[in-house]
Design a protein around this ligand. Structure first.
Ligand SMILES: [Zn+2]
Length: 267
């Protein structure tokens, strides 16, 4: 009963307005005004479509099985370098994240797997200007290696087709400082123990090894990246074979907290 009464009341004003509008437009000078309005509207729609098209062309396309397969390990490293250069220059690519979510829902074809530190100042996709579906990201304090991360790298490269493993440390790393100072704290103690071999590789500078010695901390952080690269080769026959066959590359680098720049070590 309520529905029967409500529907005509709602419909009536729209129907009346529509009828009135058509009658007015067909009478006298309003025809010209209506035509101009229609042209403006059409131009607006056209302009919106053009903007939409140009925006889509501007967005980086979703990675596909084909584009991933066509990428060489050297091109993958070049893309990370280029992405970081865009980040440092403040020229990040424009991204349509909802569109990327839809485009990647049925599969992923990332070109690299990156091991980096937990540090909040080094969000790895952002500093490499990468988006959804572009890179696998493993993050742990001090970018240390363990079996689960190694297994994740094997998944990324052997099962999922990534072309590059990048280990990225950073300046003023709290985990490195903690290891240098011999911090002991719950489960963190075991994590920091993984950095000790890197400390042993760095000769002490003029100052005593301590977290207050910036040069020493930086040298340990770099040694730690090199050590993790070595461990990846030694501990994973799967990845070592892919590296030796040139199917993937293994890069190491350092992120500078003060500049945002990532410097890769020469191979
Ligand atoms: Zn760190």
């Amino acid at each position: 009963m309520n529905g029967y009464l409500t529907r005509p009341l709602l419909q009536q004003p729209f129907a009346a307005r529509r009828y009135c509008s058509v009658e007015t437009a067909l009478n006298g000078p309003f025809v010209a005004a209506a035509l101009v309005a229609a042209l403006i509207l059409a131009a607006g729609c056209q302009s919106t479509r053009q903007n939409s098209t140009s925006n889509e062309a501007m967005y980086p396309p979703a990675r596909t099985k084909e584009s991933q397969a066509a990428m060489s390990p050297q091109a993958a490293l070049a893309e990370l370098r280029a992405g970081n250069a865009r980040f440092v220059a403040g020229q990040l690519q424009v991204r349509d994240f909802p569109a990327k979510v839809r485009a990647t829902a049925s599969g992923q074809y990332p070109f690299a797997v990156i091991l980096s530190c937990l540090d909040s100042r080094q969000p790895i996709e952002i500093v490499f200007d990468q988006g959804i579906g572009d890179v696998f990201s493993a993050r742990v304090a001090g970018n240390v290696l363990n079996d689960d991360i190694l297994g994740s790298m094997e998944f990324a490269c052997k099962a999922s087709g990534a072309k590059l493993i990048a280990v990225v440390g950073h300046s003023h790393c709290g985990a490195i400082k903690g290891a240098v100072d011999g911090v002991q704290l719950g489960s963190l103690t075991g994590l920091l123990a993984k950095i000790k071999p890197a400390i042993a590789q760095v000769p002490a500078t003029s100052q005593q090894p301590s977290s207050k010695n910036d040069e020493f901390v930086q040298n340990v952080a770099e040694a730690n990246v090199r050590l993790v690269r070595q461990q990846i080769r030694e501990r994973s026959p799967v990845l070592r074979e892919m590296i030796d066959q040139g199917k993937i590359a293994l890069a190491g680098g350092m992120y500078d907290l003060s500049t945002g720049e990532i410097r890769f070590f020469p191979n």
